[in-house]
Design a protein around this ligand. Sequence first.
Ligand code: NCD
Length: 357
Amino acid sequence: MEKITPRSLIDFGDLAYSEANEIFDLAEKIKKSPADYSSVCRGKIMATLFYEPSTRTQLSFQSAMMRLGGTVIGFSDPNNSSVAKGESLRDTVKIIAGYSDITVIRSPLEGVAYAASLYSKVPIINAGDGSHLHPTQTLTDLMTIRELKGTFTGLKIGLCGDLLNGRTVHSLLRALCGIGKNKYYLISTDELKIPEYIRQTLIESGSEVYELNTIEECISELDILYMTRIQRERFKSYEQYEKQAGIYILDSAKLNAAKSDLIILHPLPKVDEIEYTVDDDSRAKYFLQAENGMYVRMALVSKLLEYDKQPIKCEYPLPSERFCANPRCVTNHERYLPEKIVVKNSVRCCAYCEHTI
Ligand code: NCD
């Protein structure tokens, strides 16, 4: 994606590998002695704009900012903001940038954080845009993998569940492709397979990729098993969701065949895909992972706030016609957004949501 000013995090790839490592190093230091960082963001304000439900991401960002000595404003129910009166994303973002030093945004619309970054004079952090990306969950996942496995390469990684709609999976796979050579076991039903653009990235990175229908086929091989929830809110109807729900359940019986140093990750919330007895298995690391999310967000926020505020240019010509066919793309909801196209692997894509044009 094109470089954004001021420094925002829309995709994990916005960070150079060395910068990501600096963030992990800092997150580890903060985790060891949080008190040393308790005034790093004194006097700074974070705005959290959540147009979609969230527990961990929103609260860990808020807690991160408060532990750094900063304060937080924002909303978690857009019905309590002017969005309910029909205000555009552009206006909301411009106004909030005047009130805060950094903005965290989550929405069901794909490309929303990128769109917001075009109009914000403060850094924007993507806290999840529809089924597209979730880079701070990726930082959380990678910090946990680094802590427990000490490497991002040479691993056998299973990812199970809603690989089609799960933005955490998309972000994580894309990030891992750039930093390691691993074997990936993509476990899903045929209906919920990984999107083609992510599969292509895996193949082009030289990774070995296996697409499977059951956990049993690969569990004995795995170093990491990344479980995910079937994303009910992304289905067109409840009936369609029901057909996919409850197919993958990780239980103690399945884990009998797994390695003793397997680590089980999950971005959470979990619904029924992990049996409660598994929580007590020493290989279950998802609660540690959720806690790491706060430390890595502390590190990220303190790094992004090192960059100065800069004026932005956002005088773009209005688009003549709609260019993205993805109904969930932010451009089809915020109609003033300029046409932005990127070419990836010789294919023209929407720069907001990455769907093929
Ligand atoms: C995930 C998300 O919102 O994409 N949760 C999170 O941020 N920790 C995963 C999910 O909702 O299933």
